[in-house]
Design a protein around this ligand. Structure first.
Ligand code: ZN
Length: 372
């Protein structure tokens, strides 16, 4: 009997080129209508007790080949996601693993399905003082959902998963939203007293369903569209930006994952030469507060000021910083392990992402504090 491999499920991504015994030749498929690739997510069945050799032959030709250096694939047999033995030779990524049970799931990072997303929205929206609002529709006709809470004078916006393959952003949201919805948490109460919060946990919902790394259904990288979003190719951004125009934006946090750097870091609007002294100070308060709140966060390694190149003015953090004068930041978590808080069994994980989500509330209140 040979093993069978499938990615025929929500957020799935793999092409099976050939299976022989316990070995398979696989390829990551490109985003729908877009040039990017890196996300994979597939199931292997008939695998109990067999040492699988899973060879992703086009890894060297994906969007971030350096992302495979020092990287280990994630595997789950129904429970927690753990690290699998992984090697990269510059061309192929080879995952070796011996499942105990019949079925094992392998992915670039712990997936976060739409059913879990929907359950999260329902859970948080059912707590006192939280409103669930539909800002618009994606190209595939899905709702772009925003959770609103808090009564304060400031406006705080948080976005997750503009890039659908960066599923750590969804795990981050679970941690942050659970804390924000906890009426017994004094920090959350303070935050909700000082600001009106607008949180869109899953911006690129079509890309998530399709198993894309970066693109939406039209093949657009949404985090390059914030200067002038098109209804035809980026209605998700247009819907959020329209809602922002009604509320204004004092503080903005955009939650992402980075393929290459083994660190948690932020990229702030403070690198923009046009940013004000108040914006620079606000980003710095966020940084200093997060350094205290989270052992995973660091400031030594991050993007250079030139990040984004000619497209930088379409990045949400830059565009929203400029348009609204907001204290705007992109938060990046690693696909590799975080060198500041290494975890030999799980690497950077859903639990680590959720903990960072809880810890970031300390930094958000610091960013808000003096932005009057
Ligand atoms: Zn991203």
């Amino acid at each position: 009997m040979t093993i069978s491999i499938s990615s025929d499920f929500e957020c799935g991504n793999i092409e099976v080129l050939g299976v022989e015994g316990d070995s398979a030749r696989l390829a990551i498929r490109k985003d729908s209508n877009g040039p990017w690739s890196q996300w994979f997510n597939f199931a292997v069945r008939g695998a109990a007790g067999r040492t699988l050799t899973l060879r992703i032959v086009n890894a060297g030709a994906t969007s971030y080949p350096k992302g495979w250096e020092g990287y280990r694939a994630r595997v789950s047999e129904g429970g927690a996601w753990r690290l699998a033995e992984t090697a990269f030779d510059g061309t192929a990524l080879v995952i070796t693993h011996t499942p105990q049970g019949d079925e094992a799931r392998f992915a670039y990072f712990a997936p976060y399905e739409l059913t879990r997303h929907e359950a999260l929205l329902a859970r948080i929206a059912a707590t006192p003082g939280v409103t669930r609002r539909v800002l618009g529709q994606s190209l595939d006709g899905r709702d772009i959902v925003c959770l609103d809470m808090g009564e304060g004078p400031k406006s705080l916006w948080i976005l997750g998963r503009q890039h659908p393959g960066e599923t750590m952003a969804s795990w981050w949201m679970e941690g942050a939203l659970a804390r924000l919805a906890d009426a017994a948490d004094p920090l959350s109460l303070r935050l909700r007293q000082r600001a009106r919060l607008h949180i869109v946990p899953l911006v690129n919902i079509d890309g998530a369903a399709r198993g894309n790394l970066r693109a939406n259904a039209a093949g657009t990288d949404l985090n390059r569209q914030w200067r002038a979003p098109s209804a035809a190719t980026a209605p998700e951004v247009l819907a959020i930006l329209s809602a922002m125009e009604e509320t204004g934006v004092d503080v903005f946090l955009d939650v992402h994952g980075d393929e290459e750097l083994p660190h948690v870091f932020i990229d702030g609007c403070d690198v923009d030469p046009e940013s004000s002294a108040a914006q620079v100070a606000g980003v710095d308060r966020f940084r200093q507060a997060l350094l205290k709140a989270s052992p995973a966060f660091q400031t030594a390694v991050g993007y250079p000021p030139s990040y984004g190149g000619a497209e930088a003015n379409g990045i949400a953090t830059r565009a929203i910083g400029l348009k609204f004068g907001a204290v705007a930041m992109t938060l990046e978590m690693p696909f590799k392990d975080a060198l500041e808080t290494p975890d030999a069994a799980a690497g950077w994980s859903p639990d680590a992402s959720a903990q960072l989500g809880r810890d970031c509330l300390e930094a958000l209140i610091a960013a808000l504090d003096e932005s009057a």
